[in-house]
Each structure stands twice: as structure tokens, then as C-alpha cells.
Design a protein around this ligand. Structure first.
Ligand code: 9MR
Length: 340
């Protein structure tokens, strides 16, 4: 009898302590407990601001540079590499127990002026190899995953005719993946895309079939990024996203929600905020429930600085922190879900 009472008291104490600790968990620890890394993209050097750094530390086990790793910023001309911003980010991440993701080795935007569609295949391959070797040797062991190619598909599922496609041909992706794996076999290699989250969508299906083909051929590839730049006025289909994630699981591919934000009209009425919150909750739920979703990265964190109004006039307010960098209701509700 005594033993039983002791056992019950002990059990209650353990339960209270467990629930107290999980109550106080930071966003990143709560996400970790659900089985994925939370993170965000960061602008150059923003972590030198103490209040920003506090937010990054609460929310991120993985960080990615919003622009510093792109050709135009990193290598504005052939002979100059601007490593400074990236070195600082890597140092900051190491000091704060975060992974660093590279975005992106190859893309059709933000290229340097010397990147040319007049290159021959040989010249382009040489340039591609040089880019991979220089970056991946310098940061060997320091970058957890690379977006090797970004946005390689058109909406109809055909390959985008970017400069690498035009100069090298459709095998440029394979070539980049093989070379990247050769230089740093321990990092993870991703292909990153937008509008590729729903099974049944042409671009999403084309990407899945392509990645499956790569796997079957033995080309090194670990993951697919679903950017998730979403809009409350588009259809949101949780089932189609889940089905897509699960078919990737079947072929051994991990998924990152890699650039999450959910834009609403700037003069948003409450209804949009409710839809926005439901989308955020659904995505964090999917990440918690589907074992092959390994990270959820928001594109920035505050509405104060966002790429959206420039590209979608009249839209914005897409993140979970408001313009004063205060967490919104959606942030608190997602956190509460993650802590359960
Ligand atoms: O957020 C980035 C913005 O500051 C740049 O001006 C823009 C230029 O293309 O790129 C933005 O980031 C993009 C990312 O690299 C790839 N996916 C879409 C993102 C938003 O455009």
C-alpha cells in the first residue's frame, strides 16, 4: 500500500515536471521534440543586433542566408569572393548550436554579370565545378545541407531554361549533384522549388518523377525543398501535401518546408488571418506527423522586412512576428501546438 502511494506521488511529480518543462520550451526546442528543426532565413549580419539574435536563438536550429550565398552577392565578379557575411553567419551558428543551410549553388536569378549563356558546355561545366569546389571545400563540415539547384522547373513541369540548362543541357542538375557529393560526401544535397508541394500538380509531379529517376540511377540526392511561399487566397490542400510528402518518404527522400511564409492582403480583414493561422498550424502539424519532414524554415521572421510587397503589391503580413517584431497570435498558437 505504502509502495503504491509512493509510486503514485512519484509519478505525479514526474508528470508535473515534464509538463512544466514542456510549457516553457522555446519554439526551436518544442519543434525538436516533434522531430524536426525549426529555422529561418537571416539577412547579412542581423544577428549582431541583440534583440534580433534573441529571436533567432529562440526559433532556430537551422539558419540560411537570405541573399549572401547567391552568385551576385558572393561572387560579384570572377576574381572576388565576398566570404565575410557567410563566415560571420557560420561562426554565429556554431556558437549557438545551429545548422547552416546553403541557399543556393545554382539558380536563374541573382547571378553575377559574368555568368553567360554564351559559354560553351565545357566552359559552363568548368565554372560549375569551380563554384562547387571553392565553396564546398571552404565550408566542408560546416554546412548541413545545400540547395544545389533552385527553381529548376516551369509550371507545366518542363525544365526551366536557365543559364545552366542553356549552356550545359538538362544533365546540369545531375552533374552538380555528383560533383557536390564528391567534394563533401557528408553534407545533404537538396533540390529546392516553389509550387511543388501538392501531389497532382503538374510541376510537383514532374519534380517527384525526376527525383525518383535520379534515385534509381544512383545520383546522390537527399532532399527536396518545398518553399511554401503561400497566399491565403489560393486553395490550400493538406491532403495533397501529405500525399506528396509520403511518396517522397517511400523513395527515401527527406523534405524541408524551406521558405515558409503565408501572405495576406495588407488591408487584411480578420478572415484572412484565420485562414493564415490554419495554414501555419496545418504545416507545423504535417512536419510533426510526417517523419521525413526534417526542417521548417520561415523566410525571415518579421513583417518589418519582407520580400513580398515588392513582388506582390498589396500583399504581405506573411510571417509570425509583426512589424514591431512582436509574436502574433499565430506564433503563440503554433508554439502551443508544438509544446503539446
Ligand atoms: O528574399 C529574397 C529577396 O531579398 C531577393 O531580392 C530576391 C531576389 O530574387 O530573392 C528572395 O528570396 C527568394 C529565394 O532566394 C528563392 N525563393 C523565392 C524567394 C523570394 O523571392
Amino acid at each position: 500500500m505504502k509502495n503504491k502511494r509512493f509510486f503514485i506521488t512519484l509519478l505525479s511529480a514526474v508528470l508535473i515536471v515534464t509538463s512544466l518543462t514542456s510549457c516553457g520550451k522555446s519554439f526551436r526546442d518544442a519543434a525538436k521534440q516533434k522531430g524536426f528543426r525549426a529555422g529561418m532565413s537571416v539577412g547579412a549580419g542581423i544577428f549582431f543586433d541583440k534583440s534580433v539574435s534573441k529571436i533567432i536563438k529562440e526559433n532556430s536550429y537551422v539558419v540560411v542566408s537570405e541573399n549572401c550565398m547567391k552568385w551576385a552577392n558572393l561572387r560579384p565578379n570572377k576574381n572576388f569572393w565576398n566570404w565575410n557575411d557567410i563566415d560571420q553567419l557560420v561562426k554565429y551558428a556554431q556558437e549557438n548550436n545551429m545548422d547552416v543551410k546553403w541557399h543556393t549553388l545554382f539558380w536563374h536569378r541573382q547571378n553575377s554579370p559574368f555568368v553567360s549563356s554564351n559559354w560553351t558546355r565545357e566552359q559552363a561545366l568548368k565554372m560549375m565545378d569551380e563554384h562547387i569546389e571553392t565553396i564546398m571545400t571552404r565550408y566542408k563540415g560546416k554546412i548541413s545541407e545545400y540547395d544545389v539547384v533552385n527553381e529548376m522547373f516551369e509550371e507545366d513541369g518542363s525544365f526551366r531554361k536557365n543559364v545552366w540548362y542553356e549552356t550545359i543541357g538538362p544533365d546540369y542538375i545531375e552533374h552538380a549533384l555528383i560533383k557536390a557529393h564528391e567534394v563533401d560526401p557528408d553534407t545533404k544535397l537538396y533540390l529546392n522549388e516553389y509550387n511543388n508541394e501538392c501531389k497532382g500538380n503538374r510541376k510537383a509531379d514532374a519534380m517527384f518523377n525526376y527525383v525518383k529517376e535520379l534515385k534509381e540511377k544512383g545520383v546522390p540526392i537527399d532532399g527536396v525543398g518545398m518553399q511554401m511561399h503561400l497566399d491565403t487566397s489560393y486553395n490550400y490542400n493538406e491532403n495533397a501535401i501529405r500525399a506528396n510528402i509520403q511518396r517522397y518518404a517511400e523513395i527515401g527522400i527527406e523534405i524541408s518546408f524551406s521558405e515558409l511564409d503565408v501572405r495576406i492582403p495588407m488591408d487584411a480583414i480578420e478572415a484572412h488571418e484565420v485562414v493564415q493561422e490554419n495554414i501555419y498550424l496545418s504545416l507545423y502539424k504535417l512536419a510533426s506527423e510526417e517523419p521525413n519532414v526534417t526542417s521548417v524554415i520561415t523566410w525571415g521572421y518579421t513583417d518589418k522586412k519582407s520580400w513580398i510587397p515588392a513582388e506582390f503589391p498589396g500583399k504581405g503580413n506573411a510571417l509570425m512576428y509583426d512589424k514591431d517584431s512582436k509574436p502574433k497570435k499565430v506564433y503563440k498558437d503554433v508554439l502551443e501546438y508544438l509544446r503539446k
